[in-house]
Design a protein around this ligand. Structure first.
Ligand SMILES: Nc1ncnc2c1ncn2[C@@H]1O[C@H](COP(=O)(O)OP(=O)(O)OP(=O)(O)O)[C@@H](O)[C@H]1O
Ligand SMILES: [Mg+2]
Length: 272
């Protein structure tokens, strides 16, 4: 299904990603690990076409997505939705509108400018929020939610696109352990229940071991490990991270206290 063939990205003289190759046949949960600067984000950005590759191919069902242009490139981008460490929501906008923005480019500008969404879209957004356990947050401003809730809103926005692949760049790096678990469980459910491939850059080995079917280790732009979590021994981890590395980076919380921004007439307004 997905074949990465010798993908390289140069920044000046330096290869951020250096002839990366691997193949994924089914809708797997794939973790990419490696120390800071290893090339993990650059790789995901190339997949999503946010960054151009210098050379190589990424074949999805035989089609080289790196060669797509214009409308076809945009269609591919909506097939592989991105999730970011900092959620990238519009903080002052309500949660449901943030989710609806997942399909902004498929709807008329005039309608969406005035927040007039087709009823079917609104119902779908609410359904997705309900599935992720945060339906009651729909009318609140995104900034009023905890970090874990905000990341679930970002996942809901991604699901609104109905993507084949979810690319997550350090999705839990800004979350406390409890919220991190909820977000990882959510991504895993989407992978298992919907059969969507998830490729996540992860900064702890424990998370990679716990959630991934497949782990890819990068070092200095190159893939130095490609295997299953149980093959990820301490020796292998040292190869990936370097002998001086500590394997337990701590996560910090960015939870924002909820405020009373909820507007009880909101649902009625949205559905009017
Ligand atoms: N726009 C850019 N211009 C120049 N160099 C860049 C650019 N983006 C990334 N790089 C370089 O490419 C290398 C890989 O960066 P990348 O952000 O992909 O690493 P990463 O594995 O995601 O690291 P982190 O864990 O810190 O997020 C680094 O050396 C970085 O400095
Ligand atoms: Mg990164």
């Amino acid at each position: 299904m997905l074949e990465v063939k010798s993908v390289t990205r140069m920044f000046g003289q330096k290869a951020a990603v250096d002839r990366a190759s691997f193949r994924i046949d089914g809708p797997a949960f794939v973790g990419i690990i490696g120390r800071s600067g290893a090339g993990k984000s650059t790789f995901l950005r190339m997949m999503n076409r946010l960054v151009d590759a210098s050379s190589g191919e990424i074949l999805v069902d035989g089609c080289n997505v790196l060669a797509l242009k214009g409308r076809e490139a945009r269609a591919w981008q909506s097939q592989c939705a991105m999730i970011f460490q900092q959620f990238n929501l519009v903080p002052r906008m309500d949660v449901a509108s943030n989710v609806l923005h997942g399909i902004l480019n498929r709807r008329s500008t005039l309608q969406t400018m005035f927040n007039h969404w087709p009823r079917a879209d609104i119902l779908r957004a609410l359904e997705i929020l309900d599935r992720l356990g945060i339906a009651e947050q729909a009318p609140k401003r995104a900034e009023a939610l905890s970090g874990g809730q905000q990341q679930r809103v970002a996942i809901a926005r991604a699901l609104m696109q109905d993507p084949r692949i979810i690319l997550a760049d350090e999705p839990i790096a800004s979350l406390d352990p409890m919220n991190a678990q909820v977000v990882m469980d959510t991504l895993k459910r989407i992978n298992v229940e919907d059969g969507r491939m998830v490729i996540a850059n992860l900064h702890t080995l424990d998370t990679a071991r716990r959630y991934c079917d497949r782990v890819i280790g990068m070092r200095d732009g190159r893939i130095v490990f490609d295997g299953t979590p149980d093959q990820l021994s301490t020796g292998v981890a040292r190869d990936i991270y370097g002998a001086d590395a500590s394997f337990n980076e701590s996560a910090t919380s960015t939870a924002i206290p909820a405020d009373a921004a909820a507007d009880k007439d909101w649902a009625a307004q949205m559905l009017a």
